[in-house]
Design a binder for this molecule. Sequence first.
Ligand SMILES: [Zn+2]
Length: 148
Amino acid sequence: MLELRQEHLEAIRVHAEADYPHECGGLLLGHLDGDTKTVVETLPMENTAAQETRHDRVLIDPRALMLAERDARKKELDVVGYYHSHPDDEAVPSQFDLDHALPVWSYIIVSVRDRRAVDWNSWEMVDDRSKFELERYEIREKQVGSGG
Ligand SMILES: [Zn+2]
């Protein structure tokens, strides 16, 4: 299960709409506890795919990914998932997504049409890597008085 706050969804939506008609991508940083992944922050990543493939591909520079993971560890956070947008397409993983997915991670996919995020789902790959299944999620309220 994925736990996240409304502000995380908002950040993902803003990123997805800003990069339309290109795909955007970013990391979900937080904690893994049993089967529950709790998002603490979202981290937008630059899409380094070639201009002509950016409408349906996100490529993250491996070095940027490594640095992001290192920074996350410094904050005692883990990478618990990945979000990306599907411009003018469903919020459903593609074969490409399946081929590049990691176990355990949550995959949030946002459908963007005419520069508006219209739908999203969280997906998790099954253990034998044959497909994704919809992942249950819970949107937590921001804690009062937490200061952020
Ligand atoms: Zn995709």
